[in-house]
Design a protein around this ligand. Structure first.
Ligand code: TPP
Ligand code: MG
Length: 331
């Protein structure tokens, strides 16, 4: 059996965290089909290790920002399943008061800064949050996630240049799931090893196996150490896969069944489960307890969302513009 530097507690946390993300989204997908959830909805199923592996490294005072495929990030950063589900239902108890929906989860108290629908829009915003931390002299690190599609945006290059010039404490994470909607990386990028984009700015840049939560943890740990030491930005390209379509209306005809199956064979949750079982970190009964706990959290979130009220019409113009003073707590 291979030796691992990780503890039993870490494996069990990864298992529970990823299972919650997966079960939560499977239920969200079902509720979408029942028209309980409307509008846009992009699922993260298959990509869970990218967030779970970071959460065993980050401190509560570290920041996170991402694109619209954001349910798992919010859950990982500590937003309750209730607040995420209620947001999907557009209810006033949602983390964005029911006015953001699936693409705009936001939870400043847990230092989760969205949830952004404009592809690549969060890249300069993430660097901006990190700049604020540097300016104020804190030790907080900012994780800025983006899709492979976002790397073709001009904003990425402007941000990379400025972030390196000013040595901003930010870690850019490319979630390379091979597709931007139905368009493969090969069709739109001359450079398909996307981590190499950082090299022309002299940014430390590495590829990571995003199906392995251990590899994600190790890469983030190394990057965080670098950034916290004041050595400037870091870029990680995490190779991953989304099992579901781009959004709820995508039949995913641009890829083969074999391709999907090959990734599912490396499923991050199954891999962690295998280690837990091999190392006897939990009995079957203990695993069942975790499953039941996760199921209860998800069902409780659905009940909470169902029973919550919609925002009052008078809320329409509230929070459109806010004064977001440090530490960005918006009441
Ligand atoms: C500026 C901009 N252009 C186009 C779109 C339409 N759009 C929404 S998602 C998407 C694909 C993005 O893919 P990727 O960055 O790889 O993220 P993934 O969906 O794979 O997580 C596009 C083109 C948009 N939202 N914003
Ligand atoms: Mg993509």
């Amino acid at each position: 059996m291979a030796k691992t530097k990780f503890t039993k507690q870490q494996y069990l946390k990864w298992y529970e965290d990823m299972l919650l993300m997966r079960k939560f989204e499977e239920r969200a997908g079902q509720l979408y089909g029942m028209q309980k959830i409307k509008g846009f909805c992009h699922l993260y199923i298959g990509q869970e290790a990218l967030v779970a592996g970071a959460m065993t490294v980050l401190k509560p005072e570290d920041n996170m920002i991402t694109a619209y495929r954001d349910h798992a990030h919010a859950l990982g950063k500590g937003t309750s399943a209730r607040a995420v589900m209620a947001e999907l239902y557009a209810k006033s108890t949602g983390c964005s008061k029911g006015k953001g929906g699936s693409m705009h989860m936001f939870d400043s108290k847990n230092r989760f800064f969205g949830g952004h629908g404009i592809v690549g829009g969060q890249i300069p915003l993430g660097a901006g949050i990190a700049f604020a931390e540097q300016y104020l002299g804190t030790k907080s690190v900012t994780l800025c996630y983006m899709g492979d599609g976002a790397t073709r945006q001009g904003a990425l290059h402007e941000t990379f240049n400025m972030a390196m010039t000013w040595q901003i404490p930010v870690i850019f994470i490319i979630e390379n799931n091979n597709y931007a909607m139905g368009t493969s990386v090969e069709r739109t990028s001359n450079v398909t090893d996307l981590y190499k984009l950082g090299l022309s700015y002299d940014m430390p840049s590495e590829p990571v196996d995003g199906m392995s939560v251990e590899a994600v943890h190790e890469a983030i740990e190394k990057a965080v150490e670098h950034v916290r030491a004041g050595k400037g930005p870091y870029l990680l390209e995490m190779n991953t896969y989304r099992y579901k379509g781009h959004s709820m209306s995508d039949p995913a005809k641009y890829r083969t069944k074999e391709e999907v199956e090959a990734y599912k064979a490396k499923d991050p949750i199954e891999m962690v489960l295998k280690t837990i079982q091999e190392k006897k970190y939990a009995s079957d009964q203990e695993l069942e307890t975790i499953h039941n706990k996760v199921k209860d959290i998800v069902e409780d979130s659905v009940k909470f969302a169902e029973e919550s009220p919609y925002p009052d019409p008078s809320e329409l113009f509230v929070d459109v513009y806010v004064q977001a003073d440090y530490p960005y707590i918006v009441e």
